[in-house]
Design a protein around this ligand. Structure first.
Ligand SMILES: NC(=O)c1ccc[n+]([C@@H]2O[C@H](COP(=O)([O-])OP(=O)(O)OC[C@H]3O[C@@H](n4cnc5c(N)ncnc54)[C@H](O)[C@@H]3O)[C@@H](O)[C@H]2O)c1
Length: 332
């Protein structure tokens, strides 16, 4: 099978490239290298890299004509909820219009399409099955839910061959420092306080990134490509505050918590059930491996840190667009 991985220089995409390599597959990676995408994430992997943007129809056409794929897995997206509150349109560009470009290409090039969605499309409180209604709360999750609806529409209307995968919160090596777990590890290491939204009792279901990559790769062999939806819960439901404290315990350091104004529209809880069966890494074990990776790979995260990381106050309030590439946490 010929694989093209869109957004393969990001956090989960690069873990997926590693998983393909473990299976003897050398994929083509297509990535715009936004602030979130880094070639460093693909260090020591076997791949062909093509720089390009899913919003560029010509670039997609040239990609698929020069590397005809049997499977395209799409991880490319704007992914940070805080940024989506400041600048929603960037999220529509990549997460909705970009997906439509890929769906159009799938009509022309007839590949099997793996669409990577999120548990956030279900909104909070209720425990969602794969056919539960979509109730997104943030501009980020609204953009992801819109894309899911387009995938379903393309399957039904044009007979596009696709599946939709909805993982819960991922964590592990190579996650950008703007996200909760790396931020807690690095700020604790640097003796900085950790801004926690609201009362910190929001619940998230955590899945180790290598588990996500393995489960997605397994799905490719067993799907019928008729628009099946797969929830990928991690089975590790924890309150944010408890995740933060557990990281402190693993690091053997005191975590300095500073409660800050809650993010508008903040979901209290994510919960999914799944039709799949799989094993996952227990949260404490995954966190231990993640902490170890960040401690041993300062070269990876130090370039992302600058003055703004030290000044960070209420993260969602910091003027911050995805399109200008400036990171709230880092100013990069
Ligand atoms: N991280 C999580 O906890 C999580 C959970 C559930 C679902 N997801 C979904 O998984 C996917 C991957 O998430 P991630 O955490 O690896 O994200 P990430 O932000 O680490 O990586 C996104 C990648 O997409 C690339 N990209 C962004 N815009 C692009 C464009 N217009 N054209 C081409 N490439 C572009 C970036 O350069 C980057 O390499 C996303 O669709 C996200 O919505 C993530």
């Amino acid at each position: 099978m010929n694989f093209v991985v869109l957004g393969g220089a990001g956090f989960i995409g690069s873990a997926f490239v590693r998983e393909l390599n473990r299976r003897g597959i050398r994929p083509v990676v297509f990535d715009a290298l936004t602030y979130a995408g880094r070639l460093e994430n693909l260090k020591e992997t076997d791949h062909v890299f093509v720089k390009g943007n899913v919003n560029d129809v010509k670039a997609l056409d040239s990609l698929f004509s020069s590397h005809p794929p049997s499977v395209v897995v799409n991880f490319s997206a704007e992914t940070h909820v805080d940024r989506s509150i400041y600048s929603p349109k960037d999220f529509v560009e990549t997460n909705v219009l970009g997906v439509i470009n890929v769906l159009e290409a799938s009509r022309k090039y007839d590949f099997n399409y793996v669409h990577i969605s999120t548990d956030e499309v279900y909104g909070d409180e209720e425990c969602a099955d794969e056919d539960s209604p979509l109730r997104p709360s943030s501009p980020y999750s609204a953009s992801k839910a819109s894309a899911d609806l387009f995938v379903k529409a393309y399957v039904r209307t044009y007979g596009v061959k696709a599946i939709i995968v909805r993982p819960s919160n991922n964590y592990g090596p190579r996650q950008h420092v703007e996200k909760l777990i790396p931020k807690v590890i690095i700020r604790t290491l640097l003796n900085l306080p950790i801004p926690i939204y609201g009362d910190g009792k929001q619940e998230r279901d955590w899945i180790f990134v290598e588990d996500t990559a393995r489960i997605i790769a397994d799905l490719i062999d067993k799907s019928q490509w008729k628009g099946e939806i797969y929830n990928l819960p991690g089975g590790n439901v924890y309150r944010n505050i408890d995740v933060v404290k557990t990281i402190g315990e693993i690091m053997g350091k005191e975590v300095k918590i500073r409660y800050v104004e809650d993010r508008p529209g903040h979901d209290r809880r994510y919960c999914m059930r799944t039709s799949l069966r799989y094993e996952v890494t227990p949260l404490r074990e995954g966190l231990r491996r993640t902490v170890e990776w960040y401690l041993n790979n300062r070269w990876w995260w130090e370039p992302l840190i600058n003055d703004n990381f030290f000044k960070e106050d209420v993260p969602w309030k910091v003027p911050n667009k995805a399109s200008d590439g400036v990171n709230v946490a880092t100013g990069r």
